[in-house]
Design a protein around this ligand. Structure first.
Ligand SMILES: *Cc1c(COP(=O)(O)O)cnc(C)c1O
Length: 388
């Protein structure tokens, strides 16, 4: 079945009224017929019909056995870390999302759960980095903001040999482009805030798992910690997901056009986009993903913060903001925004130069976006102090 057909029909009609749109069950509790006798719902932290519709939807989309919705992407990250116990180690992709890095380093280290980082696009490096106490291998692919790709299937095999779990943060690709559970991962998680909800109007986190054992564990953690997504935000996320495939297909096509245009510009140095033939992981991206994604990053030939800042302040359609995956295009300057807290040397090593700019491609017409970029680049050139 085609993806959109699958998504639309994974969302149930309301059994009580026949409502095609899942009702927002804004209730904390449910009347019981007798003590312990209920219709499958007793208290909304444990289970809520609107949240359940979303949870079943993400499970189906990711081909998992069960899905879970959390208050944010980071709450979903937190639930997965809680599968570990003191003494366990997480082996993570080296340019991992900053908030996940912060959880590993600033929250869980003191409980004896440690993380080490490796370039997971290098399979030998992954092999060599695994220790007896490695409990989880944690991937993001593509990564933020340099868009490195890791081979999920190959790393799933390594994980299996060593008896560890493979967790994939699938936020940048979304299930419309890549299905990690089908490639051998055990757990897939999302910041639903990005492509899944897709309209820059909600903060949400989602998890799908492959086995009943993991489903039981995550369900226990979700209920025990209470970091659930509310019914209204569940409904908004569900509403967004219904057009996921349509949106992302168009966004990816536009991204390829924009990336090719950036390559042709004199002022631009490196363009990072997996869809470009010279991207180091182009072939793997083509094999592993349906399309190449809708995030691009690039640097300027004159590698200065000022150039990049002038640029991002002069785009009109590309709004200067953190986040990605929405219907409106966004731009950001990682060195002074998302990666401000990262030491300069670590940033440079990760390929996040001073002039690196990240673009999230929305649903505007490609020619309008290209025109907007061209006009902003002209502003750089006419700044007198920059021309000297
Ligand atoms: C945004 C993001 C998160 C965190 O999600 P929130 O919804 O902001 O809590 C986690 N991982 C990746 C890759 C992200 O881009």
């Amino acid at each position: 079945m085609q993806e959109t057909t699958n998504i639309l029909h994974s969302i149930p009609t309301d059994p009580l009224t026949g409502a095609l749109s899942v009702p927002i069950y804004q209730t904390s509790t449910f009347q019981q017929e007798a003590p312990g006798v209920n219709k499958g719902f007793d208290y909304s932290r444990s289970n809520n019909p609107t949240r359940k519709a979303l949870e079943d939807c993400i499970a189906q989309l990711e081909n998992g056995i069960a899905g879970f919705a959390f208050a944010s992407g980071l709450a979903a990250v937190d639930a997965v870390i809680k599968l570990c116990q003191s003494g366990d180690e997480i082996l993570a992709v080296d340019d991992i999302y900053g908030g996940t890095f912060r959880s590993f380093e600033k929250l869980y280290k003191k409980f004896g759960i440690t993380a080490r980082y490796v370039d997971t696009s290098d399979l030998d490096a992954v092999h060599q980095a695994i220790r007896r106490k490695t409990k989880i291998i944690w991937l993001e692919t593509p990564t933020n903001p340099t868009l490195k790709i890791s081979d999920i299937q190959a790393i799933a095999e390594i994980a299996k040999v060593h008896g560890c779990l493979l967790v994939v943060d699938n936020t940048f690709a979304s299930p419309a482009l890549q299905k990690p559970l089908d490639l051998g991962a055990d757990i897939v998680l999302h910041s639903g805030t990005k492509y899944l909800a897709g309209h820059s109007d909600v903060i949400a986190g989602l998890i799908a798992v492959k086995t009943q054992e993991l489903a039981d564990e995550i369900k226990f953690i979700q209920n025990a910690t209470g970091s659930i997504l509310g019914p209204w935000d569940s409904w908004l996320t569900l509403r967004g997901i219904q057009t996921l495939e349509l949106r992302i297909e168009k966004q990816c096509r536009t991204a390829l056009e924009v990336a090719r245009h950036l390559v042709s510009l004199d002022a631009v140095d490196q363009v990072n986009y997996p869809g470009l033939f010279f991207h180091p992981n182009h072939e793997l991206a083509g094999k592993q993903q349906k399309q190449y994604g809708a995030v691009i990053s690039f640097s300027f030939k004159e590698d200065s913060k000022e150039i990049a800042e002038t640029f991002v302040c002069n785009t009109k359609l590309f709004k200067l903001a953190e986040s990605l995956g929405g219907v409106k295009s966004l731009c950001c300057h990682p060195a002074s925004m998302t990666h401000k807290g990262t030491p300069a040397e670590t940033r440079q090593k990760a390929g996040i130069s001073d002039s690196l700019v990240r673009l999230s491609i929305g649903l505007e017409a490609p020619e309008d976006l290209i025109n907007d970029l061209d006009e902003a680049i002209k502003k750089i050139k006419v700044e007198p102090e920059l021309v000297q």
